[in-house]
Design a protein around this ligand. Structure first.
Ligand code: ADP
Ligand code: MG
Length: 222
């Protein structure tokens, strides 16, 4: 499902780099990415989702190489195949929660907004404990509620690949479990791949593989 090879990435200012000789994640696999703050976890997820591109090497998703695609094709692939939970949520403040969850359908014509999508959005919100917030705006929610809305949005398209960046970082223990179990259940139902960044050692027993991003840190190597 995901394959990184001979990858070399650095931010324009040259301050931080990642090197990944070889790394792959199979379809249906469930992996956790760990590492201290600033070690490159978010950068790695952004590379996997084609939001940032490496200077060298390849990042393939379902056989498609991000670097070989035009920007429009990257957008189409991302929106159709990937459910991304941003660490910073990236909710749109001027849209109600319900419309934020349905955003993928509004921003790309390849996804059709049908009544089943609305029903799924409402059901996900219910399962995440934000079902009574659908008519409100993100600014009227707590951080933890916003985070759960961001998770709903990532799941609503039933993606083949779920990339979640500390999706439980703002939640209390009960909600942490609930959100994690829901992410896992959604992934399992469709044999989707789940890649989840977390600081939470308690959650690691639910993953088949735990990867420390420090292994990919370019610092110190020539
Ligand atoms: P983590 O998610 O593990 O906390 P990040 O991937 O966000 O780490 O960041 C890794 C490193 O890259 C940090 O040192 C951070 O300052 C740097 N960094 C992140 N985004 C940018 C950017 N857009 N430009 C330059 N440096 C960045
Ligand atoms: Mg991060």
């Amino acid at each position: 499902m995901i394959r990184l090879r001979d990858l070399n990435f650095e931010y324009g200012d040259g301050g931080f780099s990642l090197r990944v000789p070889e790394f792959s994640v199979e379809r249906g696999e469930r992996i956790a990415i760990v590492g201290p703050s600033g070690s490159g976890k978010t950068t790695l997820l952004h590379l996997m989702s084609g939001i940032v591109l490496p200077q060298r090497g390849c990042v393939e998703i379902g056989g498609a190489d991000w670097l070989a695609l035009a920007e429009a094709e990257r957008r189409a692939l991302r929106i159709r195949k990937i459910g991304l939970v941003f660490q910073t949520f990236e909710l749109l403040e001027y849209l109600r929660v319900f419309d934020n969850i349905l955003l993928p359908y509004r921003i790309h014509r390849s996804l059709r907004l049908e009544s089943t999508c609305r029903a799924r959005a409402a059901e996900l919100a219910e399962q995440m404990g934000v079902g009574d917030q659908l008519e409100r705006y993100p600014t009227q929610l707590s951080q933890g509620e916003r985070q759960r809305v961001a998770v709903c949005r990532a799941l609503v398209t039933e993606p083949d690949l779920i990339l979640a960046d500390e999706p439980t970082g703002n939640l209390d223990p009960a909600n942490k479990r609930r959100v994690l179990e829901r992410l896992i259940a959604c992934a399992e139902r469709r044999n989707a791949t789940l890649v989840l960044v977390t600081h939470d050692r308690d959650l690691l027993d639910r993953f088949e593989r735990v990867v420390d991003v420090k292994a990919f840190s370019g610092t110190g190597s020539p």
